[in-house]
Design a protein around this ligand. Structure first.
Ligand SMILES: *Cc1c(COP(=O)(O)O)cnc(C)c1O
Length: 859
């Protein structure tokens, strides 16, 4: 019955879908379906992943290295031209249309392939050309556009086009759809196939073959059921007319990435897909498969472009579109080189993946990924806190008992010991730290998200009013989740990836030992435990302490001309970070405050050859580049262990201005920065130190006036390359408090080392921890600052600033203590000197006078 090639006599080698995975004997740590030899061959194509654990295959799968080699070779050895002028290229492309149809077990006599830029364009193309109205000349009836509520956002947008065409726009819920299909199938055992009647209106139903939210596979063996009117009662309920010809638009984008679609068994009228979801490469290419017998109602396409017409007059409104559907629908020149690459995509897939299941590559992928997802599903179900409470809440629509109903996706949220939710953005931060890629949020599927998180439309609107928008970090509103965590598997994933994910979950959120399901392990493939054991940690710490003392704390006291003040709160330390993401330069006595913060603070940055700013997140070794500023000689010297220091001038005259260049510096700060290039010598020095080729050191142009993102009504402040505000203030008492809370025996930082991780500009000390969070303004010595809020934290604080080693703490404890709010330290912006002082200078050991909202004195 079901469309995927699964026979009742399943001929899978060692297992059947009914037999649970514990029973199978030939298990390995790598896979339950693909043998180790093949699996090693597959993973060797993804060496670039290194320690990264990629579990975001529903977003895109990744291309195997050998695919690119083959594509390159093809393009280097052949001459491909514009298919409009070159018959050979056109023939190659038509050949690939056949390959695609063969992949879906059909041929050109049944289906036509239209190349598009992807699923979204395919969907739009159908709606643009679909004729809802009947063929009657006067006052024609118009059919309905019916969509499943649990569709991808790209489908929801179609209703705008449908209502323009006067179609009734109706949605149907997940449950109503399944009930309609199932009960209709039971009730009418021998329903007759309804013949198309061109005098009736046309209705279009669109739904996904597999949910991109949780991998649930909707029935696709029900085309005839839908065509014979199983949704008519739903139309009737919505007071729409029911004498319709039904057409089905199947969104197969998620389904075809890990499952085989057999168009000999089921024949939707229109099918949409994107190729990057199947192969990882090329992007920007998708297909629309049109059943030839359902082509006639695609008559309303308006636009025509290069190649799609038989005749067009430029001075008169006259054109005739081509008869051939793909020629008529592919406006302009197609992405012909990407289409050519598809040949290599299919070939590479067949070379890499064995035909273990049903002698079929896609079924092998399907089972392989299904077993992985099922393994994770069971582990999450079993996951409990020490007090017995459940640690995970799963958002699934199937229990993994049937591969026909479930794909390789697991969607969930984590719960704390007290039953409260872990926000998804907190989870995302910890996953980043562990090099685990998952998707968090609502995955462009608000229908499924609402259904599983049980939020009503009214609540969604309220959350929006409270400031929550798609894709932001507001993961909990009143303790309730606004999104979830999605893990999705591809053919190159193995059980080791699940172990890595579960290790991360247990270390960060559940104080429990993981009980891995019994699997026969291959020792030489243990990718596990990237976090170093205790012993190494201790030696690193000792080394670190030595470095720390030598480099920085040397004779601060002697240098100072401070007079001990009668203040309970004093500035203990000040530091600047001349190069963004690199080491600190600790200030010995005093430092000038400029228009953008401390002078020379984050004035430089390192960029990669693609113009993107390098950060510690990508390259933790950056913190080991230690800049020292010498104001007398007007140079900055850079130090790095094992290299002789190098000097760059503090004066921009020495540099060449980078013409027109602008650098994208983080994905959150979308503003661009203009700057000066500091030359080849220092560029090479940095490239060697960080072991990354073609790095450049860029000095921010003094004319570059970045403004702080507007939060206050008051004036905006100029910024250097720091992300959010001019200054970051850290309270040492809060650091001590945090240190006491960190119970992880592997975390051995002393207070100074822990403080360094927060990369503050101004480090104060006082008795009370956390007091700084209530401050409104602060006067330090004779300088006044305004508090701009708390500093959001990410995995950067988990990088030991002496060694570049990554640890789990202190982010885990910060998250635990602040209920998922990853904040530490406060931002300040400079208001100016007070009490008649002229100089804008901050001195170490100055008294700190906080002003809270309650005692806000006006000046
Ligand atoms: C990915 C996806 C889409 C959108 O595909 P694009 O490539 O972004 O156009 C639509 N529907 C489903 C089910 C998907 O998984």
């Amino acid at each position: 019955m079901f469309a995927v090639r699964i026979k009742t006599d399943i001929s899978i080698q060692h297992y059947t879908s009914t037999r649970s995975y514990e029973e199978s004997h030939e298990m390995s740590a790598l896979s339950q379906v693909i043998d180790d030899e093949h699996m090693v061959k597959i993973t060797s194509n993804f060496k670039r992943l290194g320690e990264r654990c990629y579990l975001e295959n529903a977003g895109t799968t990744l291309y195997p290295q050998s695919l690119l080699v083959n594509v390159n070779e093809d393009l280097m050895n052949n001459v491909y031209m514009n298919p409009h002028s070159d018959k050979y290229t056109k023939d190659c492309i038509d050949q690939i249309r056949c390959l695609i149809l063969k992949h879906f077990n059909t041929d050109p006599s049944n289906y036509t392939v239209v190349f598009t830029s992807g699923t979204t364009q395919s969907l739009k193309l159908i709606l643009e050309s679909f004729q809802f109205a009947s063929n009657e000349n006067d006052d024609p009836d118009t059919g309905s556009f019916v969509y499943l509520s649990d569709n991808h956002t790209s489908v929801l947008g179609l209703r705008e086009l449908a209502s323009d065409k006067n179609a009734d726009v109706i949605n149907i819920t997940h449950d109503d759809f399944l009930t309609a299909v199932n009960s209709y199938q039971k009730k009418t055992m021998s329903w007759k196939h309804k013949m198309k009647n061109s005098n009736e209106a046309n209705s279009l139903f669109v739904y996904p073959a597999q949910s991109n939210f949780n991998g649930y596979k909707y029935p696709i063996d029900c085309m005839d059921t839908i065509k014979s009117g199983c949704l008519n009662s739903h139309l009737k309920k919505n007071l729409c007319q029911i004498n319709n010809n039904w057409y089905v638009l199947l969104d197969a984008a998620s389904f075809v990435s890990t499952s085989g679609l057999d168009l000999a068994k089921t024949q939707p009228d229109y099918i949409c897909m994107s190729f990057y979801k199947m192969f990882g490469y090329p992007t920007g290419l998708g297909a629309l498969l049109v059943k030839n017998s359902s082509e006639d109602v695609l008559s309303q396409k308006k636009y025509f472009g290069g190649g799609t017409v038989d005749i067009v007059l430029s001075s008169e409104n006259y054109h005739v579109k081509r008869k051939n559907l793909s020629e008529r629908f592919e406006d302009g020149t197609s992405s012909f080189l990407s289409i050519i690459a598809l040949k290599q995509c299919f070939d590479t897939m067949h070379r890499l993946i064995p035909r273990t299941v049903h002698d079929n590559v896609m079924d092998t992928i399907s089972y392989h990924t299904f077993y992985l997802a099922k393994d994770l599903y069971y582990q999450l179900q079993e996951l409990h806190h020490t007090n017995g409470n459940k640690a995970a809440i799963l958002y699934m629509d199937s229990d993994f008992s049937d591969i026909k109903k479930q794909g390789a996706i697991v969607t969930f949220n984590l719960l704390r010991e007290d039953g409260s939710y872990v926000g998804y953005s907190e989870f995302q931060h910890m996953a980043d730290l562990f090099n685990v890629n998952v998707r968090t949020g609502c995955f462009c599927n608000s229908g499924s998200c609402q259904r599983h998180l049980m939020s009503t439309n009214k609540e969604m609107k309220e959350m929006y009013k409270a400031g929550h928008v798609c894709g932001d970090e507001l993961d909990l509103v009143d303790g309730r989740p606004t999104g979830a965590i999605r893990v999705s598997f591809g053919y190159f994933n193995t059980f080791n990836d699940i172990d890595k994910l579960m290790t991360m979950i247990c270390r960060c959120f559940v104080k429990a030992q993981i009980r891995r399901p019994k699997r026969i392990r291959n020792n030489h493939h243990s990718l596990l435990d990237s976090i170093k054991p205790n012993k190494i940690f201790n030696t690193i710490t000792n080394l670190r302490k030595m470095l720390h003392n030598q480099d920085f704390i040397n004779n601060i006291e002697e240098d100072l001309d401070y007079s001990p003040l009668d203040s309970k709160i004093i500035v203990k330390e000040a530091a600047i970070f001349p190069i963004k993401s690199c080491g600190a330069f600790k200030i010995r006595s005093s430092w000038k405050i400029g228009s953008k913060g401390f002078e020379y603070d984050r004035e430089w940055m390192i960029i990669k050859d693609n113009g993107v700013c390098l950060t510690q997140k990508q390259n933790p070794k950056m913190c080991m580049i230690r800049p020292k500023i010498d104001l007398k000689q007007r140079i900055m010297t850079l130090h790095f262990k094992g290299k002789s220091p190098i000097a760059v001038s503090l004066d921009t005259m020495a540099y060449t201005k980078v013409k027109e260049s602008s650098f994208c510096h983080t994905k959150v700060c979308t503003d661009t920065i203009h700057g000066y290039d500091c030359g080849d010598e220092v560029a090479d020095w940095i490239s060697e130190a960080l072991e990354v080729s073609f790095l450049r050191l860029i000095r921010q142009s003094s004319s570059d006036n970045r403004l702080q993102k507007k939060k206050h009504d008051g004036d905006q402040k100029l910024l250097a390359l720091s992300n959010q505000a001019q200054f970051l203030l850290i309270n040492k008492a809060t650091v001590r408090w945090l240190k006491d809370k960190i119970l992880d025996p592997q975390f051995v930082d002393d207070i100074d080392l822990l403080t360094d991780r927060f990369r503050g500009n101004i480090i104060i000390d006082m008795e009370d921890e956390l007091a700084e969070r209530d401050w409104h303004k602060v006067i330090i010595g004779n300088q006044e600052f305004r508090v701009e809020g708390e500093c959001p934290r990410c995995q950067m604080v988990c990088i030991d600033q002496q060694t570049g080693e990554k640890t789990v703490e202190p982010l885990r404890t910060i998250s635990e203590q602040f209920g998922g709010k990853l904040r530490f330290g406060i931002y300040l912006s400079y208001l100016g000197p007070v009490d008649g002082t002229k100089d804008s200078v901050l001195k170490i050991y100055s008294a700190v006078k906080p002003i809270t909202n309650d005692d806000n004195i006006s000046r």
